[in-house]
Design a binder for this molecule. Structure first.
Ligand SMILES: Cc1cc2nc3c(=O)[nH]c(=O)nc-3n(C[C@H](O)[C@H](O)[C@H](O)COP(=O)(O)OP(=O)(O)OC[C@H]3O[C@@H](n4cnc5c(N)ncnc54)[C@H](O)[C@@H]3O)c2cc1C
Length: 361
């Protein structure tokens, strides 16, 4: 059998694309290396940008809605009440598994525990080696994340150029059995250069992490910053359920040849689509799936690169400009936000995608 599309990776990008293509009647196979449900290091925070493009059925996996954020920088602390602009928290194993079930319900064939290890172009399509078996399709969608093989040699084998740049992130999941933390998001902007630490509550579990956008801030510096952070929060003796470092592919404007070739597209983290301000990636993974599906259904896969430029890259320009100014010296901005409720409200709307920019589908 030759599928219309083979989608590699059942994260938010791949599972959503498989659902959208199958719903349009295209024969679609979704190939996932791990057995589902699988763990993914991630804060699991869904902003308005993500919620706008999320399948409504996937809201069933939301564990907590956080209407408030507590931002800290040195002695400055700012509490932001987001009201209805809440951030929704999910556990990624549950969330991604649900998105994959929705793809299967729409008619996609889902093969988990099926790692893609090879790929080559054919005159009229692509052949991949998945779980040791050849799978043929007219087109391949590479949604294999920041560390998948299509960011490197397999991408080149199907006509995609380059590798998106990465920054480092480290996260632990801690037990919070009494849910004592409540429903507040916390961000600390004095732990690492050009980066931040976060606490995201998920009903019984806390995701605590640090990420830095500065090149050269490696694993050791992040580990030290995370330990400092846990002590600051008084959480250092909580039981650690999981601890993992993972890159965030903070893109920016990358060449179109990295995103699309005649028979291959890159989506989500594989395409470097994490936001350059906070490293948010789920919204852009979902949005890239919508843009890719529209281009594939129209029979113009390469139009996908233009669509990413007109929507996701547009929102990245604002995020990048704000990030350059803010991270260079966050303290005066905290002073401003501390004194001006309008500045606090603007910062929250910017963070959660309530300014009207962002998801363009
Ligand atoms: C510590 C950390 C915290 C984060 N917190 C947030 C947050 O709170 N909110 C937010 O919006 N974003 C967050 N992000 C970013 C977010 O996790 C990613 O942007 C998002 O997961 C991208 O989705 P994706 O579908 O592109 O890729 P992924 O979710 O990485 O999915 C890729 C899939 O491809 C599979 N795969 C890989 N190789 C192969 C292969 N050879 N064959 C078959 N399958 C393969 C993988 O197993 C995986 O299931 C965070 C990232 C990190 C590292």
């Amino acid at each position: 059998m030759v599928y219309d599309a083979a989608v590699v990776g059942a994260g938010p990008a791949g599972a959503t694309l498989a659902r959208l293509l199958a719903a349009e009647g295209l024969s679609t196979v979704l190939l996932e290396a791990d057995r589902l449900p699988r763990y993914k290091p991630c804060g699991g925070g869904l902003t308005l940008r993500a919620l706008r493009v999320l399948a409504p059925e996937a809201l069933a996996s939301v564990r907590v809605r956080c209407p408030r954020a507590h931002a800290v920088c040195g002695r400055r602390e700012v509490l932001v009440q987001g009201g209805s602009l809440a951030v929704a928290m999910v556990m990624r194993d549950e969330f991604d598994h649900l998105l994959t079930r929705l793809a299967r319900d729409a008619g996609a064939e889902v093969r988990d525990g099926c790692r893609v290890t090879g790929a080559r172009l054919l005159p009229d399509g692509v052949e991949v080696v998945a779980g040791g078996q050849p799978v043929r399709a007219r087109l391949i969608a590479c949604a294999d994340g920041a560390t998948g093989p299509f960011a490197g040699p397999l991408g080149r084998a199907v006509g995609l150029a380059g590798t998106p740049p990465h920054v480092g992130a480290l996260e632990v999941e801690l037990e919070d059995p009494a849910q004592a933390w409540g429903d507040e998001v916390r961000g600390d902007f004095d732990l690492v250069p050009r980066g931040y630490g976060w606490v995201f509550p998920k009903a019984g579990i806390l995701s605590v992490g640090v990420a830095s956008w500065r090149r050269g801030v490696g694993g050791r510096a992040l580990r030290e910053a995370l330990n400092t952070y846990l002590r600051r929060l008084g959480l250092q003796s909580r039981r650690v359920l999981r601890a993992r470092g993972h890159p965030i592919p903070v893109g920016g404007r990358l060449p179109a040849s990295l995103l699309a070739a005649p028979r291959a597209l890159r989506l989500g983290d594989a395409a470097g689509l994490a936001d350059p301000l906070f490293g948010e990636g789920i919204a852009h993974a979902l949005e890239s799936a919508h843009l890719a599906a529209a281009a594939i259904v129209r029979g113009q896969p390469q139009a996908y690169a233009r669509a990413v430029g007109a929507t996701i890259y547009r929102s990245f320009r604002l995020a990048s400009a704000v990030g350059d100014v803010f991270y260079a010296n966050p303290r005066p901005w905290f002073a401003l936000a501390g004194g001006l409720p309008a500045a606090r409200a603007w910062a929250w709307r910017l963070a959660v995608g309530g300014l009207g920019h962002g998801a363009g589908v």
